[in-house]
Ligand binder design. Structure first.
Ligand code: PLP
Length: 400
């Protein structure tokens, strides 16, 4: 066999794969499974964006494009940051990659090495710790419990900083909890960062537009311009415009960092796909009505899912501020006995029970760094959510 690298050995396969694989097996056997594990909008990509893609191909945009993204897309990104976030960037301060995920990975690859620490508040998006590990760094997981609104505070941030800290990685609104940092909360964090000039800030704002409180966007660079030279704002079109398959993400940051990211990108993918960049530019420049329509649909689903789950004996569900997930606690189910006698000992046990008994696929909180919780995606129809919650209730009520 070909020997594998230490890098691969450090990265754990996601524990959530267990539930996902079991769901696929059951589906293949013909079982009716409601899948609430997916992390992508259930809506079609808006027509004008799809048309922009084919128009770009017809116009010959099928060749290698600049490593750092087409000028048209970078201009559309600059306009987006100015319009929506109140921050000004130049064309050489913008990166474009194959998804926000690649931008984050490239930024880490360009900046960290052995012994470097990256602060990752938990619950976290499953990929952050593994991306840090893949880049030889050390993820410093900071538990942010439900009583802290699943959020980092000035105190918990301060306590996590060491001389080896390189980045704070913030995701707002968060996958999986939907927690959103208000302007005051962000200000408190930026005050701490101002005192620690060796710590850079990376914000993953991919769910920026899926927010239910109607408030203004919160951008750390607008709040604390002093941090601009050590902040990377990461965003993308996947969630906002239902464009997950186009694989376009972007970031704005200081020129030296952007250059380093582009060097990594030039020796890996050579940049994002040309016709997809045209589509992303059309999304950012064009009619934004889809964004509001999707947000209203997600809000309605969130309200219904929270109401139904919170009413289940053994579960309690906090209302997320944004994103398209709910993250109920299942503490009350731990220790209960399944009809077949098996005692539920963890959130993974609960997820597997719901899958097998109720035919509802959900993910366990342990995959996101905070247990015992479940993550349910609400990027599916209201009908599917109601049916899933009814099934979950029946299965929970059957526990002893
Ligand atoms: N960041 C978070 C928090 C996510 O949940 C996801 C997708 O699930 C991504 C980034 C990936 O986004 P992209 O499709 O732009 O790579």
């Amino acid at each position: 066999a070909i020997p594998l690298s230490a890098r691969v050995g450090r990265i754990k396969p996601s524990p959530s794969m267990v539930a996902r694989l079991r769901a696929q097996e059951l589906k293949a056997q013909g079982r009716d499974i409601i899948d609430l594990t997916t992390g992508e909008p259930d809506f079609d990509t808006p027509a004008h964006i799809r048309e922009a893609t084919t128009a770009a191909m017809a116009a010959g945009e099928t060749r290698y494009a600049p490593v750092n993204g087409t000028l048209r897309l970078r201009k559309a990104i600059i306009a987006k940051f100015a319009r929506e976030n109140g921050v000004t960037y130049a064309a050489d301060e913008i990166v474009v990659g194959s998804g926000a995920k690649q931008v984050i990975f490239n930024a880490l690859a360009a900046t960290i090495g052995e012994g470097d620490e990256v602060i990752v508040p938990a619950p976290y998006w499953v990929s952050y710790p593994d991306m840090v590990l893949a880049c030889d760094g050390t993820p410093v997981i900071v538990a942010c419990g439900e009583n802290a609104g699943f959020k980092l505070t000035a105190e918990t941030l301060e306590a996590a900083i060491t001389p080896r800290t390189r980045w704070l990685l913030l995701n707002t609104p968060s996958n999986p909890t939907g927690a959103f940092y208000s302007a005051d909360e962000m200000t408190a964090l930026t005050e701490v960062l101002k005192r620690h000039p060796h710590v850079a800030l990376m914000t993953d704002d991919i769910y920026e537009h899926i927010r239910f409180d109607g408030g203004e966007p919160v951008c750390p660079v607008a709040i604390a311009p002093e941090l601009r030279e050590r902040t990377l704002l990461v965003n993308g079109v996947s969630k906002t415009y239902a464009m997950t398959g186009f694989r376009i993400g972007y970031g704005a940051g200081p020129k030296a960092l952007v250059n380093a990211i582009n060097i990594i990108q030039s020796q890996t993918t050579s940049g994002a796909a040309s016709m997809c960049m045209a589509a992303a530019a059309a999304a950012l420049e064009g009619d934004q009505s889809f964004v509001g329509e999707a947000r209203s649909a997600y809000r309605q689903r969130r309200d219904r899912a929270v109401e139904l789950l919170d009413a289940i004996d053994g579960m309690s569900c906090r209302k997320p501020d944004g994103a398209f997930y709910v993250y109920p606690s299942c503490t009350g189910l731990i220790g209960r006995r399944r009809p077949d006698g098996w005692v539920l000992q963890s959130d993974l046990d609960v997820a597997l029970y719901l899958l097998e008994d109720a035919g509802v696929a959900v993910l366990d909180g342990s995959a996101y760094g905070l247990s015992p919780y479940l993550r349910l995606s609400i990027a599916t129809s209201l009908g599917a959510i109601e049916e899933a919650c009814a099934r979950i209730k029946m299965a929970c009520d059957a526990l002893q």
